[in-house]
Design a protein around this ligand. Structure first.
Ligand code: DC
Length: 228
């Protein structure tokens, strides 16, 4: 069977990673959550004084980039890869509201994007990969075999993220999560480098009223067409 590159872009909290992880497992492909990479850089910056009180010191962060090593290791329990920063697991630490509030600013720095895009392209060299993010179909793999652009109503996305945070024991208000979703949409679509936009050849998947099973069924039909 032909090994494909599957690029999934879209808004935050619209279930990209859950969906991408499942289709990768179904196909026996590698799954890479590139948001986790931007979050990891943000975590390192926070822990090393390049973000203080939510303000990013760009120059300091750019000077640190060579010291940040991001790797993924497969976790059998989660059936997905955990992200590691300089050999230390970062999976839980990167999913807090503090990181979410600063990650858009970090992701808008050119040098950060250049470093992470290079790593992502390297990861796709052997194909058989599902990668999710904001610029995968437009910048990282413009020649990807299948490109999806995922979207869902902001209110529904905020509810999903809110439930996730509560389950983890985070004490956060729904309004804070909704305002974070809306402000990240704005930042992701309006930054000057690699803004979130639909690639011309991407297929839109609005999952507001869909179950995960509906999404997978829909995708498998599309995938089969690409195997011929
Ligand atoms: O998918 P996520 O919410 O975990 O992504 C975190 C942030 O990283 C998001 O605000 C936008 C940014 N990002 C990006 O700019 N490019 C990517 N390929 C992936 C994420």
């Amino acid at each position: 069977m032909k090994k494909l590159i599957i690029a999934i872009d879209g808004f935050s909290s619209c279930g990209k990673s859950t969906f991408a992880k499942l289709i990768a497992a179904k196909l026996g492909y590698i799954f890479i959550d590139t948001g986790a990479m931007y979050r990891s850089v943000t975590l390192y910056a926070m822990e090393h004084g390049a973000i203080e009180n939510g303000i990013v010191d760009e120059e300091k962060l750019i000077g640190m980039l060579d010291q940040i090593e991001i790797t993924f290791r497969f976790n059998r329990l989660r059936e997905a890869s955990d992200v590691y920063v300089n050999g230390e697991i970062a999976e839980n630490k990167i999913r807090t509201i503090e990181i979410s509030n600063c990650v858009s600013a970090v992701a808008s720095i050119r040098q950060v994007r250049e470093k992470l895009v290079r790593m992502q392209q390297q990861m796709g060299i052997k194909r058989g990969i599902v990668m999710d993010g904001r610029d995968i179909g437009t910048v990282v793999f413009p020649d990807a075999d299948i490109k999806l652009y995922m979207t869902a109503d902001p209110q529904i996305r905020a509810e999903r993220r809110y439930r996730e945070l509560l389950e983890k024991g985070d004490t956060v208000s729904f309004d804070e999560v909704l305002s974070n979703v809306i402000s990240r949409d704005h930042a992701d679509m309006n930054r000057s480098i690699s803004p979130l936009r639909k690639a011309d050849d991407a297929i839109v998947l609005d999952n507001s009223g869909m179950t995960l099973e509906d999404e997978i069924d829909w995708f498998m039909k599309l995938f089969e067409k690409h195997q011929n």
